[in-house]
Ligand binder design. Structure first.
Ligand code: HEC
Ligand code: HEC
Length: 214
């Protein structure tokens, strides 16, 4: 029953997003990428000088991610709403303008795509979930919100998920499912609904698929 309710709510969300631009806001850019670059040296130690070659496969790529998503995450990391132990202190004393500049800088860098490693069969099953969801479990199609190429939806601030290292994606999908990535009801809530229906195997398969999706 719960799964069905959730499934209906996910579908309504998708329809609203698709038809009304519910979450879309002004597409203007508030940040100054050059100013952001000057602040990004400390970040590059972990996220790479190109923003896409992290020190560890569990660290996310930031390059080419949309500005709106980046800014929201930076605000939540700074406030502690999304606690990231390794980033403790990194955003201390930074103003909203500083966070906007960092978001603009990373959004301006070219994104990178990796390569999926799974078998044809595994990749086909991931592609099917990506494009069509899993109706019987109420899992909405990823492509509805993250676009067919995984590039996300910049005006809505839905993240680009293609090219992320599989280990990072796997951690995030599991965290949404286990309710340990608990940030805000609206955006995070959509992903917790979606992830609730995924098994460990499905998560691993999709994470690998996304690494190479473009
Ligand atoms: C010591 C390593 C380290 C440093 C330095 C660091 N980060 Fe991070 N960052 C991480 C890790 C690890 C994560 C992912 C944690 C998780 O699994 O949720 C992360 C996540 C993020 C995210 C969320 C990405 C997403 O896709 O949701 C953003 C944005 C970010 N970092 C920006 C920055 C910026 C800007 C700086 C510099 C001011 C910085 N980071 C410095 C390790 C670091
Ligand atoms: C109804 C829209 C919607 C659908 C459907 C959806 N997502 Fe998302 N996704 C989002 C939003 C919004 C966020 C950002 C949530 C937040 O702020 O934590 C997100 C975040 C993510 C993230 C974390 C990105 C990062 O950099 O940390 C991953 C991974 C992800 N989604 C994968 C998927 C997969 C895989 C599917 C399909 C099984 C899917 N999503 C379906 C809207 C959606």
């Amino acid at each position: 029953m719960r799964a069905i309710r959730r499934s209906i709510s996910s579908m309504i969300t998708v329809v609203l997003v698709a038809t009304c631009g519910w979450f879309s806001g002004p597409a203007h850019s508030a940040g100054d990428a050059t100013a952001g670059k000057n602040m990004a040296l400390a970040c590059s130690a972990c996220h790479g000088a190109d923003g896409a070659t992290g020190l560890d496969p569990t660290y996310p790529n930031l390059a080419g991610q949309n500005e709106r998503y980046l800014l929201r995450q930076l605000e939540m990391i700074q406030s502690g709403e999304r606690p990231i132990l390794l980033m403790t202190g990194q955003l201390n004393g930074k103003s909203t303008q500083d966070l906007e500049n960092l978001a603009a800088y990373y959004a301006s860098l070219p994104g990178k795509i990796g390569q999926a490693e799974g078998t044809d069969e595994a990749l086909e099953s991931a592609a099917s979930i990506y494009r069509g969801g899993i109706a019987r479990k109420g899992v909405a199609a990823c492509s509805a919100c993250h676009s067919p190429t995984g590039g996300g939806n910049s005006p809505a601030g839905f993240p680009r998920i293609s090219g992320q290292p599989a280990a990072y994606t796997k951690t995030q999908l599991t965290a949404y499912r286990e309710d340990t990535r608990t940030t805000d009801g609206e955006y995070g809530g959509m992903m917790r609904d979606v992830a609730e229906g995924l098994t460990d195997t499905e998560i691993a398969t999709i994470a690998d698929y996304l690494q190479g999706l473009h």
